[in-house]
Design a protein around this ligand. Structure first.
Ligand code: DP6
Length: 349
């Protein structure tokens, strides 16, 4: 037990001087979904998941460490100006700052300035990129360089489990882990090995009605959940194989099946959760029509109504054009697989 703790104990290096850093981390789209947890607070999952880290949908977070104060200040960049974050948003950030303080031994306060380049809480995993960027910026402001494993583990402990995968670029697996300390993400395939695109059909850009947290809590209440866990090992292996061989058809068929199953579980939870909107089905239909016309494109959805359509770069213009033409679609975001997060330390402000 003592040995397991050693890894994290090495980052307990306080006291720390004043410092600042900015980190930029991208959202990710899950090919195999994290749905259901054995520890919801620390996001220890019931099943392994696999995702593709994006490039353009990202969060940028600046952390300034102030050893002389214990007060945190949480700000959001909105419309180009810095604004005090709403209490619900700030609360989750401060709670993660407390976790990071406890682990690093830092006792001061942080000023956090955070910016998302895409709609907040619209099933686009803004918490994943947000908490990955926050974790890396805070460590940077303390002068700490986290190894990849620790970065993922700490991001996961924010409670936004998918943040564990946003600490890496490319195609990423986050295993279930035998113990809490073994549940951190690792690289399956670098972004440069297979430049897939993600065309996101925006169907809804507001706050979703039921949080992922609540979805995880209700998931085991679906009568289909146990069966899902039985089916997953084979599906995970199919995704790993498709990534190794860059086989879009094999990947696409599995990720569509997986996405439908996530929503089947949500809709059959108690009480049920309906993330889809009629427009979600209209987009799924458009994707099937694209395929019938010879365009290899496959859909997946996280816990929201928006549809992510995965395709190769030569088909991206046709996919974007077709999805834009769906009357119920409010717009498309054209994204692709992206690189690792970036952290830059600044001179002390
Ligand atoms: C359906 O608990 O990581 O997207 O905190 O809202 O980012 P947020 O969600 P989290 O659950 C993610 C659920 C999912 C599937 C996935 O990303 O694996």
């Amino acid at each position: 037990m003592a040995e397991r703790r050693t890894e994290l104990e090495t980052i307990h290096q306080g006291p720390f001087a004043a410092g600042a850093a900015t980190a930029s981390a991208a959202a990710n789209i899950a090919f195999i979904k994290y749905w259901g947890a054995r520890d919801l607070g620390a996001a220890v999952p019931n099943n392994p998941s696999i995702s593709m880290t994006l490039d353009r949908c990202r969060s940028r977070c600046r952390a300034i460490y102030r050893p002389q104060t214990s007060r945190d200040e949480i700000l959001l960049v909105q419309g180009g100006t810095l604004q005090t974050a709403p209490a619900s948003f700030a609360g989750r950030i401060v709670s993660h700052l407390d976790t990071l303080r406890a682990l690093t031994g830092a006792s001061g306060g942080f000023r956090i300035e955070t910016l998302n380049t895409f709609p907040h809480a619209a099933g686009l995993a803004s918490s994943a990129s947000g908490f990955a960027a926050l974790t890396l910026a805070v460590a940077g402001s303390l002068g700490l360089t986290l190894d990849q494993k620790t970065a993922s583990l700490l991001a996961r402990r924010s409670g936004s489990g998918s943040a564990a995968r946003s600490t890496l670029g490319g195609y990423v697996e986050w295993p279930r882990g035998e113990s809490e300390e073994e549940s951190y993400a690792f690289l399956l395939l670098p972004a440069t090995d297979w430049p897939l695109c993600d065309v996101i059909a925006l169907v809804e850009t507001g706050e979703k009605e039921v949080s992922s947290l609540e979805g995880h809590r209700r998931a085991p209440l679906s009568p289909h959940y146990r069966r899902r866990l039985e089916l997953l090992p084979e599906r995970l292996e199919a995704v790993r194989r498709a990534l190794r061989t860059c086989d879009l058809r094999a990947l696409g068929e599995v990720i569509e099946e997986e996405a439908i199953e996530l929503h089947l579980i949500a809709m059959s939870s108690r009480p049920p959760i309906f993330y889809w909107r009629p427009a979600t089905l209209a987009v799924l239909q458009a994707v099937r029509e694209l395929r019938a016309a010879g365009v290899a494109a496959y859909a997946t959805m996280d816990a929201g109504a928006n549809v992510h359509v995965i395709c190769e770069p030569h088909n991206e213009p046709a996919v974007s054009e077709r999805l834009t033409a769906v009357p119920e679609v409010g717009g498309v975001l054209r994204d692709r697989v992206g690189p690792d997060p970036v952290v830059a330390r600044e001179a002390v402000p």
